[in-house]
Design a protein around this ligand. Structure first.
Ligand code: TXA
Ligand code: MG
Length: 341
């Protein structure tokens, strides 16, 4: 299959071509504000199966459903609680996925047989235009091969998906750079399943009590019953093993500098890059610039795979605000192999 790279800024028919492909049951790489998604008609089991095939994704891992407008929610979710409405009004369009009971119209292929769905209205205008033009909700996981870091540019998507899907819609680099926050409202106490740009602090401000899923802090067993099936798989991992060094940045940088061998790679804050001159260094961003770190992390993890590094040491921000989501992705890339100083 030839994968078309569509440029909506240069070609006024690009969006329409992408929407037509979705309607024809094809899979299209699409930009969102978080990461690129691999989109297909959420109602079409055959189309959805093509997503699983292209990614090499385990069948028990459900897809997030993307809506063009908040008004579309009753179509995919029969029971919208006050809490759900509150979150939707406050954070949509935006990087928050809400897990809710699903309507019968969503086939088991999309929800991986669960009775719930994760649903969100993305903030990226191209994504919403595409969904509206297609006229159906779009099911989309992140557009990476299963286990690889999520793609934050159309080029990352082409790297993983060229020849496997019909097209990629190039919307430029993603503004957030990390996948959406996921919160489940299907339990007694709302539960944070995946941290993202809508922070735990913001969710607690909106809802009061919010529990944190333990998958945020440790590697899960392959056979464990989990709230978000995707959380149990090894994620974001570069080929070389990663060690995360947590603690005050001056201290962690000095520690990493003492571990260096000729083939060590380092993921560090920009303030410390000089310490590692002569080594393979990926710069996460300034130590206090969480937004830059969120935008850069997946590109950095991908870049190590184009080098000959045999091990990677990583600095990591503290767990507050957006830092929780960045730290979570770095720790998952490391299989939760941490050293705390
Ligand atoms: O920002 C994002 O969320 C991106 C863009 C494309 O929207 N999508 C994304 O999808 O990250 P994916 O498939 O890579 O991650 C979705 C996660 C998986 O861990 C999956 O198990 C979980 O959401 N999930 C989906 N539906 C769920 C449900 N009904 N209950 C619990 N977890 C669910
Ligand atoms: Mg993913």
């Amino acid at each position: 299959m030839i994968t078309k790279l569509l440029h909506p800024l240069l070609d006024s028919t690009a969006l329409k071509q992408a929407a037509d492909l979705i309607c024809a049951g094809e899979v299209v790489g699409m930009p969102t504000e978080t990461v690129y998604g691999l989109g297909a008609n959420a109602y079409d089991s055959v189309a959805v199966r093509k997503i699983f095939e292209a990614k090499g994704r385990p069948q028990d891992n459900p897809l997030i459903i993307h809506l063009g407008d908040i008004e579309q929610l009753p179509e995919v979710c029969p029971m919208i609680t006050t809490q759900a409405m509150q979150l939707a009004r406050r954070f949509w369009p935006g990087p928050l996925t809400i897990v809710l009971p699903k309507s019968a119209q969503i086939p088991p292929a999309t929800s991986a047989g669960l009775h719930t769905i994760g649903v969100r209205v993305p903030a990226n205008p191209l994504a919403r235009q595409l969904i509206r033009m297609a006229g159906v909700p779009i099911a989309a996981p992140s557009a990476n091969l299963s286990g690889r870091p999520s793609p934050t540019t159309a080029q990352h998507v082409m790297r993983d998906m060229d020849g496997k899907i019909a097209a990629v819609l190039d919307g430029g680099p993603c503004t957030v750079g990390l996948e959406s926050t996921i919160i489940s409202l299907c339990e007694k106490i709302p539960r944070l399943l995946r941290p993202g740009a809508i922070t735990l602090e913001q969710l607690r401000d909106a809802l009061g009590e919010v529990a944190i899923d333990h998958a945020l802090y440790e590697q899960l067993a392959e056979n464990e019953q989990v709230s978000a099936p995707g959380m149990k798989y090894r994620h974001y991992a570069p080929k070389a093993p990663v060690t995360v060094v947590r603690g005050a940045p001056d201290v962690t940088a000095a520690y990493i500098a003492r571990q260096l061998t000729p083939t060590t790679g380092v993921l560090c804050f920009s303030e410390y890059a000089e310490l590692f001159a002569g080594h393979t260094v990926q710069i996460l961003g300034g130590k206090d610039d969480l937004q830059a770190q969120a935008q850069e992390i997946f590109g950095c993890l991908r870049a190590f795979d184009d080098t000959a590094v045999t091990e990677i040491y990583a600095q990591c921000p503290p767990d507050d605000g957006l830092g929780l989501a960045i730290a979570n992705r770095i720790q998952k890339a490391a299989g939760f192999h941490l050293i705390t100083l």
